[in-house]
Design a protein around this ligand. Structure first.
Ligand code: ZN
Length: 209
């Protein structure tokens, strides 16, 4: 699996594009804003995504989804349906963050724990990891040992839980029971900031000690 990270919005959210080297099928993950910047980068990479995958419903992760889904005729997958309230409230979220009003949308497919998404020859496993939001999910490429973790875990940090329906205890349980068991060697791309490994965070992350 190949990937490229495009930082978007004033929150420097890591919009990832992943693609299969054999088939060139591609997916965008968490296209939070700056649709024009994303389109330009994908043109340079010569990539046309057929799927848009979402970890959770926060504005800085979904702001450009409606526009890009139309532009690429791509299907929208995720998050888990408990984040529906966030997608319904996108215009309100836009006002709260002082950003341009974002068009609300409904995903073509909600995702659940145990679901898989195929991108060419890449298989992504879905894990439900509530805490930052109730419907937060992560995407795991078991063969490639790569995790796309949204706002659950960061290099040296964990997701905020002071937003509506956030729960710190749930978040820590999600990390300890679902992410850490994937293996110390697993590299993760978080929603913000630099990449890390689960092993590094298991040992060093102050929120997991
Ligand atoms: Zn978030």
């Amino acid at each position: 699996m190949k990937y490229h990270i495009i930082p978007v919005t004033v929150f420097t959210q890591n919009c990832s594009v992943i693609w299969c080297e054999a088939t060139y099928e591609a997916a965008l993950i968490d296209s939070g804003g700056d649709a024009g910047k994303i389109i330009k980068k994908l043109q340079q990479l010569n990539i046309v995504p057929t799927k848009i995958l979402l970890t959770h419903g926060h504005l800085d992760h979904v702001g450009a989804v409606a526009e890009l889904a139309v532009h690429y005729q791509a299907s929208i997958f995720g998050p888990q349906k408990q984040d529906a309230f966030l997608l319904e409230e996108l215009p309100m979220q836009s006002r709260m963050f002082g950003l341009e009003e974002c068009v609300p949308f409904t995903p073509d497919h909600w995702l659940e724990e145990g679901d898989n998404i195929q991108v060419g020859e890449i298989k992504l496993e879905i894990l439900h990891t509530p805490g930052h939001t109730p419907g937060h999910i992560v995407f795991f490429d078991r063969m490639g040992r790569l995790l796309i973790s949204g706002d659950v875990i960061f290099h040296g940090g964990v997701g905020r839980t002071d937003f509506p329906r956030g729960n710190h205890q749930d978040l820590i349980l999600s990390i300890k029971n679902k992410l850490l068991p994937l293996g110390d060697d697993v590299i993760f791309i978080p929603g913000h900031g630099s990449l890390s490994t689960l092993g590094h965070e298991r040992t060093n992350n102050p929120f997991l000690q």
